[in-house]
Design a protein around this ligand. Structure first.
Ligand code: F6P
Length: 359
């Protein structure tokens, strides 16, 4: 009898259930009655606290197109994993104990960056681990795409499309703030697809003078509106020169809840034009996965099952080009995949006149 643990960890995204559906169906197909799947509740919390349930085939039926995760999820910061908490819980010891108690052959972990650091820690601690890359941020090193990303791009693009019509009617400047603290993939792709005039991402620090110049150029050309797609982690050139500590202190004293409101005030003052802000927030992570994500998550799930069957542990399944391949967890953990400033997608946007606020 094979015993496999499943957990989803970190911020959720579309496609988590499709991936669980993929891995579970492939394992049941291969092992039939000779496999037991255990669902750990709320990610690593379930592994730490021994909160799990024995799943059955029906649990995975009808979930392909369902948003969220049937297992629940939570954020358990990697930096605290080796810190014994106030209740004297040694989390690493507790996770190993649950793994041992359940007599697991392998743990299949679905998550993003932080999740992969902990997955790698568990691998180093001797557990058999296979992982799948999820996040709307698409910032996981080692895979061309994470599932969840395309669905979020679709939602964010729809927001930009809708804002376009109202911005046109009123002749306003609109800022649409999209998710992504450290990586601008979502803002970049949705910005291009949604026809944003200015795209601000964390990888390319901006200066207000260039944003103002871009808007004034549009005004002079008789355009009635301008749309900015701004990543929540977009940063001014001035702030990008601060140390981490200085920036943290500055942000803590910020008058507004996020970058966009601050920028809106500055632009409104400089331009004498109405500037409105729209923040779709967690809307971008909700709802059904798009067909691309359902297919990608299914392929990754099937590939993860194959790694389990082959006992090829310690790997993340990844999309490279058109293929799904295993990538060693040791290579993935702790690395962020950000937008290269000189990538062809940035160049293409520049070529069609999109401003990144940097020149
Ligand atoms: O990591 C995915 C993500 O959606 C980011 O884009 C966003 O900054 C963050 O999670 C939000 O986290 P939380 O759901 O904890 O507010």
């Amino acid at each position: 009898m094979k015993r496999i643990g499943l957990l989803t960890s970190g911020g959720d995204c579309q496609g988590l259930n499709a991936a669980l559906h993929g891995v579970a169906k492939a394992l049941y197909e291969y092992y039939d009655k000779d496999v037991e799947l255990y669902g750990l509740r709320d990610g690593y919390r379930g592994l730490i606290e021994g909160d799990y349930r024995l799943m059955n085939r029906e649990d995975f039926s009808g979930i392909l197109c369902l948003g969220g995760t049937i297992l629940g999820t939570s954020r358990q910061p990697f930096k605290l994993m080796r810190v014994v908490d106030e209740n004297s819980v040694d989390k690493v010891k507790a996770m190993k104990a649950t793994y041992k108690k359940l007599k697991l052959d392998c743990l299949v972990i679905l998550g993003g960056n932080g999740t992969h650091k902990t997955a790698n820690l568990l691998r180093e601690e001797g557990l058999n681990v296979v992982t799948m890359p999820k996040t709307i941020d698409n910032d996981l090193w080692g895979t061309d795409k994470t599932f969840g990303f395309q669905s979020a791009v679709n939602i964010a693009t729809n927001v930009l499309d809708c804002i376009h019509t109202t911005a046109t009617s009123h002749g306003r400047v609109f800022i649409v703030e999209l998710m992504g603290h450290k990586a601008g993939w979502l803002t970049l792709e949705a910005g291009i697809a949604g026809g944003a005039d200015i795209i601000l991402i964390p990888e390319i620090p901006y200066e207000n003078k260039y944003i103002i110049r871009a808007i004034e150029k549009r005004n002079a050309a008789g355009k009635r509106f301008s749309i900015l797609a701004v990543a929540e982690g977009a940063i001014s050139k001035e702030d990008s020169l601060l140390t981490k500590k200085e920036l943290k202190a500055k942000l803590a004293n910020r008058k507004y809840p996020s970058i966009s409101y601050q920028l809106a005030e500055e632009l409104q003052t400089a331009l004498g034009q109405e500037v409105r802000v729209t923040v779709p927030g967690h809307f971008q992570r909700g709802g059904s996965p798009c067909p691309f994500d359902r297919t990608l998550a299914t392929r990754l799930g099937a590939a993860a099952a194959q790694l389990v069957i082959n006992k090829n542990y310690g790997n993340m399944v990844a999309l490279r080009g058109t293929d799904i391949v295993p990538v060693p967890l040791g290579e993935v953990a702790g690395k962020l995949k950000v937008v290269p400033k000189d990538s062809d997608i940035v160049q293409a946007a520049r070529q069609i006149g999109v401003s990144f606020g940097d020149c």
